[in-house]
Design a protein. Structure first.
Length: 148
């Protein structure tokens, strides 16, 4: 199965016009932002991992991952707290689009993760994880690469 690298294009194609945004999605974002902002003040930033820490890697393929095991990010640690609540409103438009798609039952591509020891780090899918967390979804499909 082929997945486009551009999630925004997929969301536009599947959802149609921008006015189809779900009001419940906006309310979820506001609640997540309030929670994340409280934590930002308590310094609960999402841990970051860099390419420099990679010694070797191997592809583990598609699997279902418990989002509670996702503990960091490769590139967006400033946008989300450790529970994937947003830390600022600049990500609202994309977050709400993803939430609307999930609430409407639209299948989104798997998230992309790197596994280091027993912790997953997000390459792509921060917004999907954040929305899943707010919706009470515990498991997401993922493409996983293991770093040694």
């Amino acid at each position: 199965m082929y997945f486009s690298n551009n999630l925004n294009d997929q969301l536009k194609n599947r959802m149609g016009r921008a006015d189809s945004i779900n009001l419940q999605a906006r309310k979820l974002f506001e609640r997540a932002l309030r929670t994340g902002t409280k934590r930002r003040n308590a310094n609960h930033a999402l841990p970051n991992i860099s390419e420099a820490s990679r010694k070797g890697q191997h592809y583990m393929g598609a699997q279902t991952v418990d989002i509670r095991c996702i503990g960091g990010s490769v590139n967006k640690s400033a946008d989300f707290d450790i529970h994937f609540n947003p830390l600022s409103d600049h990500i609202e438009a994309r977050w709400v689009k993803v939430a609307t798609a999930m609430l409407d039952g639209i299948d989104l591509p798997p998230i992309e993760l790197i596994l280091v020891k027993d912790t997953y780090y997000v390459v792509d899918g921060h917004h999907r994880i954040s929305v899943a967390h707010m919706l009470g979804i515990q498991f997401l499909d993922a493409i996983v690469t293991c770093w040694e």
